[in-house]
Design a binder for this molecule. Structure first.
Ligand code: HEC
Length: 138
């Protein structure tokens, strides 16, 4: 008898954890990162891309790697959003390139390859328009 109750207690506990886990995930932890947030963090004069490339050039690898690791995270997150405009196929292609570019920057930063960071950052800098034309609402 005692055992049965113990097992029941476990199930209940597990159930509670599941419920609270879902609520928490919905709330923030696993919530997807919005396109808007990614566009605020990665590009721009004070964005992660410039921060990373500048630090890499100056040999400040700790700073560069911190920025690039965040970029990689955003690179993985963009494609999890739905595009505000345009086809899903096209969105999948553009976000894949974006993800690969973020990963390339991070890989180069981890290897302390300043030329590699610069090359990938420059490629990113040229990729804005094509993606915006296809997917940003005017
Ligand atoms: C893979 C696609 C993609 C790439 C590459 C991309 N963007 Fe965006 N960007 C978007 C989308 C989609 C929006 C519209 C977001 C919305 O309306 O919710 C956007 C919006 C923006 C905005 C508007 C502000 C905001 O937060 O919504 C800025 C600024 C911006 N992008 C800057 C850039 C710059 C600069 C680059 C290149 C260095 C770039 N983006 C590259 C997809 C992209």
């Amino acid at each position: 008898m005692g055992r049965k109750f113990a097992a029941l207690g476990l199930c209940l506990t597990a159930g509670l954890f599941t419920v609270s886990g879902v609520v928490f995930a919905d709330d923030k932890k696993d919530a997807k990162i919005e396109i808007h947030e990614i566009m605020e963090k990665v590009p721009g004069k004070k964005g992660l891309c410039v921060t990373c490339a500048t630090a890499a050039k100056a040999g400040k690898w700790e700073d560069a790697q911190k920025a690039s690791a965040e970029m990689k995270k955003y690179g993985e997150a963009l494609g999890k959003n739905d595009p505000p405009k345009g086809s899903k196929d096209s969105w999948a292609k553009h976000t894949k390139v974006f993800g690969e570019t973020m990963t390339a920057i991070d890989d180069a930063a981890q290897k302390k390859d300043s030329a590699g960071v610069e090359k990938a950052a420059a490629a990113f800098g040229k990729s804005c328009k094509a993606c915006h034309d296809a997917h940003q609402k005017k």
